[in-house]
Design a protein around this ligand. Structure first.
Ligand code: 13P
Ligand code: ZN
Length: 271
Protein backbone atom coordinates (compact mmCIF):
# COMPACT_ATOMS: atom_id res chain seq x y z
CA UNK A 1 0.00 0.00 0.00
CA UNK A 2 1.39 3.42 -0.96
CA UNK A 3 1.59 6.32 1.52
CA UNK A 4 -1.66 8.32 1.33
CA UNK A 5 0.23 11.55 2.12
CA UNK A 6 1.96 11.16 -1.26
CA UNK A 7 -1.30 10.67 -3.16
CA UNK A 8 -1.82 13.33 -5.84
CA UNK A 9 -5.39 13.92 -4.63
CA UNK A 10 -4.16 14.70 -1.07
CA UNK A 11 -1.25 16.83 -2.37
CA UNK A 12 -3.67 18.70 -4.63
CA UNK A 13 -5.96 19.55 -1.73
CA UNK A 14 -2.98 20.71 0.37
CA UNK A 15 -1.71 22.99 -2.37
CA UNK A 16 -5.09 24.39 -3.37
CA UNK A 17 -6.29 25.17 0.17
CA UNK A 18 -2.94 26.89 0.88
CA UNK A 19 -3.25 29.00 -2.27
CA UNK A 20 -6.83 29.96 -1.46
CA UNK A 21 -5.90 30.91 2.10
CA UNK A 22 -2.96 33.05 0.96
CA UNK A 23 -5.17 34.87 -1.53
CA UNK A 24 -7.35 35.90 1.41
CA UNK A 25 -10.35 34.02 0.09
CA UNK A 26 -10.75 31.63 3.01
CA UNK A 27 -10.52 33.23 6.42
CA UNK A 28 -10.78 31.00 9.49
CA UNK A 29 -12.82 27.93 8.42
CA UNK A 30 -14.30 29.74 5.39
CA UNK A 31 -14.61 27.69 2.22
CA UNK A 32 -14.81 24.00 1.45
CA UNK A 33 -13.77 21.67 -1.38
CA UNK A 34 -14.89 18.23 -2.50
CA UNK A 35 -13.29 16.11 -5.20
CA UNK A 36 -14.72 12.86 -6.57
CA UNK A 37 -11.96 10.26 -6.69
CA UNK A 38 -11.28 7.21 -8.81
CA UNK A 39 -11.88 4.07 -6.72
CA UNK A 40 -8.95 2.19 -8.26
CA UNK A 41 -6.61 5.08 -7.54
CA UNK A 42 -7.77 5.32 -3.91
CA UNK A 43 -7.30 1.53 -3.54
CA UNK A 44 -3.55 2.04 -4.16
CA UNK A 45 -3.43 3.95 -0.84
CA UNK A 46 -6.30 2.69 1.33
CA UNK A 47 -8.03 -0.59 2.17
CA UNK A 48 -11.52 0.20 0.89
CA UNK A 49 -13.01 -2.45 3.23
CA UNK A 50 -11.72 -0.63 6.28
CA UNK A 51 -14.49 1.78 7.33
CA UNK A 52 -13.24 3.91 10.26
CA UNK A 53 -16.73 5.08 11.17
CA UNK A 54 -20.12 5.91 9.68
CA UNK A 55 -21.19 9.52 9.22
CA UNK A 56 -24.86 10.53 8.97
CA UNK A 57 -25.17 13.01 6.10
CA UNK A 58 -28.77 14.09 6.76
CA UNK A 59 -29.80 14.13 3.10
CA UNK A 60 -30.25 11.69 0.25
CA UNK A 61 -27.34 11.31 -2.17
CA UNK A 62 -28.52 8.06 -3.80
CA UNK A 63 -27.18 8.86 -7.31
CA UNK A 64 -23.70 8.91 -5.73
CA UNK A 65 -23.86 5.55 -3.89
CA UNK A 66 -20.38 3.99 -3.88
CA UNK A 67 -18.66 7.19 -5.04
CA UNK A 68 -15.60 8.30 -3.07
CA UNK A 69 -14.78 11.94 -2.28
CA UNK A 70 -12.00 13.80 -0.54
CA UNK A 71 -13.66 16.64 1.40
CA UNK A 72 -12.46 19.43 3.68
CA UNK A 73 -13.64 19.09 7.29
CA UNK A 74 -16.23 21.33 8.92
CA UNK A 75 -14.74 24.03 11.14
CA UNK A 76 -11.27 23.32 9.79
CA UNK A 77 -9.00 26.13 8.62
CA UNK A 78 -7.64 26.07 5.06
CA UNK A 79 -4.38 27.49 6.41
CA UNK A 80 -3.84 24.31 8.47
CA UNK A 81 -4.49 21.68 5.79
CA UNK A 82 -0.87 21.63 4.55
CA UNK A 83 0.53 20.91 8.02
CA UNK A 84 -2.07 18.33 9.10
CA UNK A 85 -4.00 16.90 6.15
CA UNK A 86 -5.22 13.85 8.08
CA UNK A 87 -7.08 16.00 10.59
CA UNK A 88 -8.38 18.68 8.24
CA UNK A 89 -9.41 16.46 5.31
CA UNK A 90 -11.41 13.26 5.05
CA UNK A 91 -12.05 10.61 2.42
CA UNK A 92 -15.64 9.41 2.44
CA UNK A 93 -17.69 6.96 0.37
CA UNK A 94 -21.44 7.38 -0.03
CA UNK A 95 -22.83 4.23 1.62
CA UNK A 96 -25.41 1.89 0.08
CA UNK A 97 -28.32 3.63 1.85
CA UNK A 98 -27.38 6.95 0.17
CA UNK A 99 -27.77 8.91 3.42
CA UNK A 100 -24.68 7.86 5.36
CA UNK A 101 -21.02 8.07 4.45
CA UNK A 102 -18.24 5.59 5.20
CA UNK A 103 -15.16 7.36 6.53
CA UNK A 104 -12.13 5.74 4.88
CA UNK A 105 -9.44 8.19 6.03
CA UNK A 106 -9.01 11.52 7.82
CA UNK A 107 -11.03 13.71 10.23
CA UNK A 108 -8.62 12.20 12.75
CA UNK A 109 -9.85 14.24 15.73
CA UNK A 110 -13.39 12.90 15.28
CA UNK A 111 -14.42 15.60 12.81
CA UNK A 112 -16.97 15.58 10.01
CA UNK A 113 -17.17 16.71 6.40
CA UNK A 114 -18.00 20.35 5.68
CA UNK A 115 -21.40 21.63 6.81
CA UNK A 116 -21.92 22.43 3.12
CA UNK A 117 -21.86 18.75 2.14
CA UNK A 118 -25.48 18.96 0.88
CA UNK A 119 -24.54 21.77 -1.55
CA UNK A 120 -21.42 19.86 -2.61
CA UNK A 121 -22.91 16.43 -3.22
CA UNK A 122 -26.12 17.78 -4.76
CA UNK A 123 -23.99 19.98 -7.04
CA UNK A 124 -21.84 16.97 -8.01
CA UNK A 125 -25.06 15.21 -9.07
CA UNK A 126 -26.11 18.24 -11.14
CA UNK A 127 -22.75 18.76 -12.81
CA UNK A 128 -22.29 15.06 -13.62
CA UNK A 129 -25.69 15.12 -15.34
CA UNK A 130 -24.45 17.81 -17.75
CA UNK A 131 -20.73 16.96 -17.79
CA UNK A 132 -19.63 13.42 -16.87
CA UNK A 133 -16.04 14.72 -16.56
CA UNK A 134 -16.81 16.95 -13.57
CA UNK A 135 -14.95 16.02 -10.40
CA UNK A 136 -14.62 19.16 -8.25
CA UNK A 137 -17.00 21.43 -6.34
CA UNK A 138 -15.31 24.40 -4.64
CA UNK A 139 -16.76 27.01 -2.28
CA UNK A 140 -14.91 30.14 -1.19
CA UNK A 141 -15.32 33.69 0.16
CA UNK A 142 -13.17 35.75 -2.26
CA UNK A 143 -13.16 39.32 -0.99
CA UNK A 144 -13.98 41.43 -4.05
CA UNK A 145 -16.58 38.96 -5.34
CA UNK A 146 -18.29 39.07 -1.97
CA UNK A 147 -18.03 42.88 -1.82
CA UNK A 148 -19.60 43.14 -5.27
CA UNK A 149 -22.72 41.33 -4.08
CA UNK A 150 -23.39 44.25 -1.69
CA UNK A 151 -23.32 46.95 -4.36
CA UNK A 152 -24.38 45.25 -7.59
CA UNK A 153 -27.87 44.16 -8.59
CA UNK A 154 -28.29 40.43 -7.91
CA UNK A 155 -29.43 39.68 -11.43
CA UNK A 156 -27.63 36.89 -13.28
CA UNK A 157 -27.62 38.65 -16.62
CA UNK A 158 -26.49 42.02 -15.22
CA UNK A 159 -23.93 40.51 -12.84
CA UNK A 160 -22.35 38.38 -15.58
CA UNK A 161 -22.44 41.25 -18.08
CA UNK A 162 -20.70 43.65 -15.67
CA UNK A 163 -17.84 41.18 -15.19
CA UNK A 164 -17.58 40.23 -18.89
CA UNK A 165 -17.15 43.96 -19.59
CA UNK A 166 -14.19 44.60 -17.29
CA UNK A 167 -11.81 41.84 -18.29
CA UNK A 168 -11.31 40.46 -21.81
CA UNK A 169 -10.64 36.94 -20.55
CA UNK A 170 -14.00 36.66 -18.75
CA UNK A 171 -15.98 35.84 -21.88
CA UNK A 172 -13.44 33.11 -22.67
CA UNK A 173 -13.33 31.64 -19.14
CA UNK A 174 -17.04 31.76 -18.21
CA UNK A 175 -19.04 32.26 -21.42
CA UNK A 176 -21.88 30.30 -19.76
CA UNK A 177 -22.26 33.10 -17.19
CA UNK A 178 -22.73 33.18 -13.44
CA UNK A 179 -25.78 31.98 -11.54
CA UNK A 180 -26.84 34.12 -8.58
CA UNK A 181 -28.70 33.03 -5.46
CA UNK A 182 -30.16 35.53 -3.00
CA UNK A 183 -28.88 35.48 0.57
CA UNK A 184 -29.89 32.25 2.28
CA UNK A 185 -28.91 30.49 5.51
CA UNK A 186 -25.82 28.41 4.73
CA UNK A 187 -25.15 24.79 5.65
CA UNK A 188 -28.74 23.70 4.98
CA UNK A 189 -30.29 21.22 2.59
CA UNK A 190 -32.35 24.13 1.15
CA UNK A 191 -29.29 26.09 0.00
CA UNK A 192 -27.88 22.79 -1.27
CA UNK A 193 -30.94 22.15 -3.41
CA UNK A 194 -30.96 25.76 -4.72
CA UNK A 195 -27.22 25.63 -5.55
CA UNK A 196 -27.53 22.28 -7.31
CA UNK A 197 -30.44 23.60 -9.38
CA UNK A 198 -28.28 26.53 -10.57
CA UNK A 199 -25.35 24.16 -11.20
CA UNK A 200 -27.37 22.45 -13.94
CA UNK A 201 -27.08 25.70 -15.89
CA UNK A 202 -23.95 27.41 -14.55
CA UNK A 203 -20.43 26.36 -13.49
CA UNK A 204 -20.29 29.37 -11.17
CA UNK A 205 -22.91 30.23 -8.56
CA UNK A 206 -22.80 33.32 -6.36
CA UNK A 207 -24.17 33.07 -2.85
CA UNK A 208 -25.11 36.72 -2.28
CA UNK A 209 -23.47 38.29 0.79
CA UNK A 210 -21.54 35.05 1.40
CA UNK A 211 -19.33 33.73 -1.39
CA UNK A 212 -19.14 31.68 -4.54
CA UNK A 213 -19.26 28.10 -5.85
CA UNK A 214 -17.24 26.86 -8.80
CA UNK A 215 -16.73 23.45 -10.34
CA UNK A 216 -14.61 21.65 -12.89
CA UNK A 217 -12.89 18.50 -14.05
CA UNK A 218 -9.97 19.21 -11.71
CA UNK A 219 -8.90 21.59 -8.95
CA UNK A 220 -7.18 23.95 -11.39
CA UNK A 221 -10.32 24.40 -13.46
CA UNK A 222 -12.58 25.17 -10.47
CA UNK A 223 -9.91 27.43 -8.94
CA UNK A 224 -9.35 29.22 -12.26
CA UNK A 225 -13.04 29.99 -12.65
CA UNK A 226 -13.27 31.56 -9.20
CA UNK A 227 -9.93 33.33 -9.65
CA UNK A 228 -11.13 34.94 -12.88
CA UNK A 229 -14.40 36.13 -11.32
CA UNK A 230 -12.46 37.54 -8.37
CA UNK A 231 -10.03 39.41 -10.65
CA UNK A 232 -12.92 40.90 -12.62
CA UNK A 233 -14.75 41.86 -9.41
CA UNK A 234 -11.59 43.66 -8.25
CA UNK A 235 -11.37 45.56 -11.52
CA UNK A 236 -15.07 46.43 -11.39
CA UNK A 237 -14.78 47.81 -7.86
CA UNK A 238 -11.50 49.65 -8.56
CA UNK A 239 -13.12 51.47 -11.45
CA UNK A 240 -16.68 51.82 -10.14
CA UNK A 241 -16.24 55.27 -8.63
CA UNK A 242 -14.67 56.78 -11.76
CA UNK A 243 -16.43 57.79 -14.98
CA UNK A 244 -16.21 54.81 -17.37
CA UNK A 245 -14.24 56.24 -20.30
CA UNK A 246 -13.52 52.92 -22.02
CA UNK A 247 -15.34 49.62 -21.90
CA UNK A 248 -15.59 46.28 -23.68
CA UNK A 249 -18.78 46.67 -25.71
CA UNK A 250 -21.31 43.96 -26.53
CA UNK A 251 -20.09 43.74 -30.16
CA UNK A 252 -16.55 43.33 -28.74
CA UNK A 253 -17.80 40.48 -26.53
CA UNK A 254 -19.28 38.77 -29.59
CA UNK A 255 -15.90 39.14 -31.35
CA UNK A 256 -14.11 37.54 -28.39
CA UNK A 257 -16.57 34.61 -28.35
CA UNK A 258 -16.08 34.10 -32.09
CA UNK A 259 -12.29 34.30 -31.89
CA UNK A 260 -12.11 31.79 -29.04
CA UNK A 261 -14.95 29.65 -30.41
CA UNK A 262 -16.92 29.60 -27.18
CA UNK A 263 -20.67 29.07 -26.79
CA UNK A 264 -21.93 31.96 -24.71
CA UNK A 265 -25.17 33.15 -23.12
CA UNK A 266 -26.43 35.30 -25.98
CA UNK A 267 -29.39 36.39 -23.84
CA UNK A 268 -26.90 38.00 -21.41
CA UNK A 269 -25.89 40.60 -24.02
CA UNK A 270 -27.95 43.67 -24.91
CA UNK A 271 -27.87 43.33 -28.70
P1 13P B 1 -17.40 24.54 7.01
O1 13P B 1 -16.33 24.87 8.02
O2 13P B 1 -18.49 23.69 7.60
O3 13P B 1 -16.81 23.94 5.75
O4 13P B 1 -18.12 25.89 6.60
C1 13P B 1 -17.40 26.94 6.04
C2 13P B 1 -18.22 27.79 5.14
O5 13P B 1 -17.67 28.46 4.29
C3 13P B 1 -19.69 27.79 5.29
O6 13P B 1 -20.32 28.31 4.18
ZN1 ZN C 1 -19.02 29.78 3.13
Amino acid sequence: MKNILDAPFVRGMMKTTANMYRLGWDERNGGNISVMLDENEVAEYLDLNNVIRKIDMGFDAKPLIGKIFIVTGTGKYFKNVEDDPENNLGIIRVASDGVTADLLWGYSDGGRPTSELPAHLMSHISRLSVNPENRVIMHSHPTATLALTYVHELDEKKFTHSLWQVCTECMVVFPDGIGVLPWMVCGTNEIGIATAEKMKEFRLVIWALHGIYGCGKDLDEAFGLIETVEKAAQLYLMTASFPRVNTITDPDLVEIAKAFKVEYRKDFLNL
